[in-house]
Each structure stands twice: as structure tokens, then as C-alpha cells.
Design a protein around this ligand. Structure first.
Ligand code: G4P
Length: 542
């Protein structure tokens, strides 16, 4: 039966629900202020009572999971969390991305699950390397970006220079929406170019949702009085921006070529509401998504979604694994049946969870753009599609070839089994990639960054009770192997067996010892495809 009829829901309800959703991630270089902005958004969305909860968690006082201890040791954030809150009638889903560059794969996958991004830039430092990298990733999918130039309460770069710096560094047109009058000690206020309102800065309101006083009209006597000797210069710059700047074009923003720019201080909670008000109005609602069988509309009646992240033991009180599923169409309702497309099996989901500022609640219903957590008992992998029976597979959730390799073994041979289980689960979570060699029982781990190995060792010991040791191995790179010609593939496997392995998803992979070694094999086997990335949940080649 049609789900909507079954639940007595009208078609409008799905459309209205989807149109009210905004699903985004904050991208920034470490220390630019992502956590502080997140905290202020949650405060504004009434998801937390007092600013400080997110930070407290970061510093460990509210550590929610075992491996946060590692984060504490290193002072980094390696996990992705999801938070949902209401803002002015919109349902906002904020996906946090790991702060450390070693976890770029995880970040990439998170960015496949959002419809837009907010980029936070340190007002004194400008565009930093990690910001540049994240913008490149956003560009791969034309993800629209809104920019916040943060830390206005400190001495910042000249604002006009900042705009041209962003344009030069990121090849995007800047459309200023709010404009600072001064910075640091001489910060007087923020002027909205679109509404002609001047917000007056007062120090010391950072931990509340204080409404800063406003003056309407830059040419009003009150504004002139407030700005005093600074008035003429500010008015001239603003005039210049209005006259000579780029013409704002919503479509250009939606396609990632223009970025609306806001200035503010997350710490003082100044200018963040301006950003958020425009963001919910202009940012795209959930977009249609590509599958192997065409595009899926978020307004479609039938439920579908894909898994972009798996996280284990998020809470020591619930020692389980949660698969994060982005709903792409239709509605999830508690107790519904879903088809696990890769396994071609129906499963009844009664207890999907949602995430509010780190805490979980049971979801009653969810629509496109929402992220729901499915309890995973080892059958769900990153990239898996769930539907209401349709045989579709969402695209664009790749696994990249790792750049670092290590042979792993249990320090205590009696713990070999535990090690195996742990590695299998960690690779399903995307913490590392695993390659089981065909010619021996050697297990090779692949990573993008060194820290991933440390995280794996830490978690193997703490969660699976298996201490591991790493040994160097002579692997330069990996390529996934594919061919429609089974005979040829068999011959290839027989000849190159010592260099072949199966990855965590049981896909055939070539472990090349050097670039020339890879070239030689590619030249010898021109009919076989060797790819540097593979889509998750893709078909297994035998
Ligand atoms: P991140 O998540 O992007 O890594 O940055 P985070 O929010 O943790 O901020 C990094 C540092 O910058 C923090 O200081 C934070 O208080 C500060 N900060 C963030 N936004 C602003 C702002 O608008 N103005 C000013 N002046 N500082 C800001 P910290 O000293 O490292 O941490 P803490 O001791 O303050 O918690």
C-alpha cells in the first residue's frame, strides 16, 4: 500500500516538510571557530540551554564515547556528529565534520550527505589550507557555500582586502550581506547591506541569545551619531560595495559560484543570527539525488536513503554501532519496513534514532534531508541504499585509494580472532581500509593519514581487547580491479596472485609496490580496469 495513504498523510505534507529542511555542514580550518559557531547555533535553536556544552564535550568533560579519550589526548576532533534543531520554523540538520586533515575521507563522505555548507574563516588569518581543501571537495558536487568571517572582536584583516583574498584564493564571487564597522577594540557594529539596518556591538553577551540594539538607516541621525568620526569612511565603503560589487544572483549561489559573506564574532554571538536568518531563507532545501536508475526527487512518496557513516560505541551505555542514513525521499515512520538493497532483504526498523546536540531520541518520522541512525548489527556498510522496495543504488559515495599501508597483527596470537573482528568492523565504519591478501593470511591496513593507524590501534585495544602491532610493508598504492571478461580476470588473478587482495567489501584489489610496477601491470593487462577509487556498495567482482 502507498505509505502516505497508509498513514493518512497528504502529498503536501511531504513537500512542506522537505521545503522546511536545511541540511548543512560547517567547514573550516581548525581553530577558526567551528565549534563556537555550532554552539551558538544550538543555543539559538534552543537545543542547548547555555553556550559551553559543545566546548565542554570537546574538552572531555562530557565525553560521550570511548575514543573521545584519544581526541582529548591529541586535542582534535575525529568523529562526525549530527545535530537537529528548529530555527524559525525550519528544521535544521547540522552535520559536524572531523577537524583533522587525516580524516578527509570521513569528511568527504559527510559532505556527500549535505545540501550546502557554511564556511568559517578566521578574520585575521584568512583562507587556510584545510578550508581550501574542503572548498575543493564542495566544488566536486557544486555545493553552495555561505561564508562567515569570524573573530570580529579581534583585530582582523581589512574587510575589503578579506573579500578579494577569498575571491583570489577560492575562485568564488563574494557577495557581502553584513559589513563590519571596525574590528577588535574599535568594533562598532555590523551593517546589513540588504536591510539598511545597523546592529550596535556591545561586549559580553556571548553566552546568551542577546538581541543587540539596532538602528534603521545608515543615513539616520542615530547612525551618524553612533559612528561619529568613522561615519564618512564607513558610508563611503558601503556606497562602493553597493555600487561596484557583484550583482547577487541566487542561482549563482546555488551552483557554488557566488558566496554570500557575513562578518561576526561567534564568541560574542554577534552577527550569527544575521547569517542564520539569511541561511534558512536562501540555502537549498533537500536536493534530488543521483542513483544508478536515474534521479530521485526528495518529494517522491516512497522512502529512500543512503548510509554515509557508521560509528561504533557512540555512547558507552549503548555499546552498539549506528549507521547514519541520509533520507533522500519519502518519509521514514517508526515501525516501517525498508529494503536493504545490497542484501535484497526487507527489514523492519522500529527504533531508528535521531541526534540532538549529542543526545539520542527515538525518531517518529523523518523526511528528505534528515539523518536517522539505524542500529547496525554488522549488516550495514557505508554506501548502502535503503528503499521501499525499489532496486536503486545512490551514487557518489566513493572509497579513495589509501596512501599509507601497514601490515597488522595481534601482539598476542590468542587474540587474533578479536583483532580480525575489530578490523572488519572498523573498516566497515570507514576508520581504515583493510586488504586481505589472497596468497597468504597477511592483513594490510590502508589509510590516508597516519593518525588513522593510531586510532585503529587505540580502538582495537580499548573496544576489542586486542593489542596490535604494525609492520612496514612494501606497498605504494592500491587499484580496484574490474573486468566483464571472467576468463580474463581468472587468468589475471592466477598470474598476479601474490599482489592481490580483497578489501573489506570483498572487492578485488591490486597492491602495487611502486608506480612503475603499477604501470607495467596496467600495460600488460589493457583489457582490465584499474581504478583509484570505487563506489561504496558497488557490485563485487569475482
Ligand atoms: P574550531 O572548532 O574551528 O577548531 O574552533 P573553536 O570554536 O574551538 O575556536 C578556536 C578558538 O578560537 C577558541 O579559543 C575559541 O574560543 C576562539 N574563538 C572562536 N570564535 C571566536 C570569536 O569570534 N572571537 C574570538 N576572540 N575568539 C573566538 P581557545 O582559546 O582555543 O579555546 P577556549 O579556551 O576559548 O575554549
Amino acid at each position: 500500500m502507498d505509505l502516505l495513504v497508509h498513514y493518512g498523510v497528504s502529498r503536501m505534507t511531504i513537500k512542506e516538510s522537505v521545503d522546511k529542511r536545511r541540511t548543512f555542514a560547517i567547514i573550516s580550518h581548525p581553530d577558526a571557530g567551528k565549534t563556537t559557531v555550532t554552539e551558538k547555533l544550538l543555543l539559538m535553536g534552543n537545543a542547548i540551554q547555555l553556550a559551553g556544552t559543545v566546548k565542554a564535550k570537546k574538552s572531555g568533560r562530557q565525553a560521550k564515547s570511548d575514543w573521545m579519550a584519544l581526541e582529548q589526548q591529541r586535542g582534535i576532533s575525529v568523529t562526525t556528529s549530527v545535530m537537529q534543531f528548529d530555527y524559525q520554523g525550519y528544521v535544521v540538520n547540522l552535520l559536524d565534520t572531523p577537524g583533522h586533515e587525516d580524516f578527509s575521507e570521513d569528511t568527504y563522505r559527510t559532505l556527500t550527505a549535505v545540501d550546502s555548507a557554511v564556511m568559517v574563516i578566521d578574520g585575521a588569518r584568512g583562507v587556510e589550507p584545510r578550508t581550501r581543501k574542503l572548498v575543493e571537495i564542495c566544488r566536486m558536487r557544486d555545493t553552495p557555500i555561505v561564508t562567515l568571517v569570524n573573530k570580529l572582536d579581534r583585530e582582523c584583516m581589512d574587510s575589503l582586502d578579506m573579500l578579494s583574498h577569498i575571491e583570489d584564493e577560492l575562485q568564488v564571487e563574494c557577495i557581502p550581506i553584513s559589513w563590519p564597522i571596525g574590528s577588535g577594540r574599535s568594533l562598532r557594529g555590523l551593517y546589513r547591506l540588504d536591510t539598511d539596518a545597523l546592529k550596535i556591538y556591545e561586549h559580553g553577551h556571548g553566552s546568551t541569545t542577546y538581541e543587540y540594539p539596532q538602528i534603521q538607516g545608515l543615513d539616520s541621525p542615530e547612525a551618524k551619531k553612533l559612528l561619529g568620526a568613522d561615519y564618512a569612511e564607513s558610508a563611503e565603503t558601503i556606497e562602493l560595495l553597493k555600487g561596484a560589487g557583484h550583482v547577487a544572483d541566487h542561482q549563482e549561489y546555488l551552483e557554488g559560484r557566488q558566496t554570500p559573506v557575513f562578518f561576526g564574532s561567534a564568541l560574542q554571538n554577534f552577527g550569527i543570527t544575521d547569517l542564520m536568518d539569511v541561511f534558512v531563507d536562501k540555502a537549498p532545501s533537500p536536493l534530488e539525488r543521483e542513483t544508478d536508475n536515474g534521479m530521485v526527487s526528495p518529494y517522491s512518496d516512497t522512502f529512500s536513503g543512503f548510509v554515509f557513516k557508521i560509528q561504533a560505541n557512540m555512547d558507552p551505555q549503548h555499546r552498539d554501532r549506528i549507521a547514519f542514513l541520509r533520507v533522500c525521499s519519502g518519509a521514514y515512520r517508526k515501525g516501517m519496513k525498508m529494503r536493504h538493497v545490497r542484501l535484497d532483504r526487507d527489514i523492519k526498523i522500529a527504533d531508528a534514532v535521531t541526534f540532538m546536540a549529542g543526545d539520542r531520541a527515538r525518531v517518529e518520522e523523518a523526511y528528505a534531508g534528515d539523518i536517522i541512525g539505524l542500529h547496525n548489527h554488522g549488516t550495514i556498510r557505508i554506501g548502502d541504499t535503503f528503499s521501499e522496495g525499489e532496486k536503486i543504488q545512490f551514487k557518489g559515495i566513493p572509497n579513495f585509494a589509501p596512501e599509507l599501508f601497514k601490515r597488522v597483527r595481534a601482539k598476542n596470537p590468542l587474540h587474533a580472532k578479536r583483532l580480525q573482528t575489530g578490523i572488519k568492523q572498523l573498516s566497515e565504519e570507514g576508520v581504515t581500509q583493510v586488504f586481505n591478501k589472497l596468497s597468504s593470511n597477511e592483513v594490510i591496513l590502508g589509510a590516508i593519514g597516519q593518525l588513522q593507524f593510531d586510532l585503529v590501534a587505540f580502538r582495537l585495544e580499548n573496544e576489542y581487547g586486542a593489542e596490535c602491532s604494525y609492520e612496514p610493508c612494501n606497498i605504494h598504492t592500491v587499484r580496484w580491479v574490474n573486468s566483464d571478461d571472467t576468463m580474463l580476470l581468472q587468468e589475471f588473478c592466477a598470474r598476479t596472485q601474490s599482489q592481490l587482495a580483497r578489501d573489506g567489501g570483498d572487492h578485488l584489489a591490486l597492491l602495487a609496490t611502486s608506480r612503475p610496477n603499477l604501470q607495467l601491470i596496467q600495460e600488460r593487462w589493457p583489457e582490465i580496469s584499474f581504478t583509484p577509487s570505487r563506489e561504496h556498495a558497488s557490485v563485487v567482482t569475482r
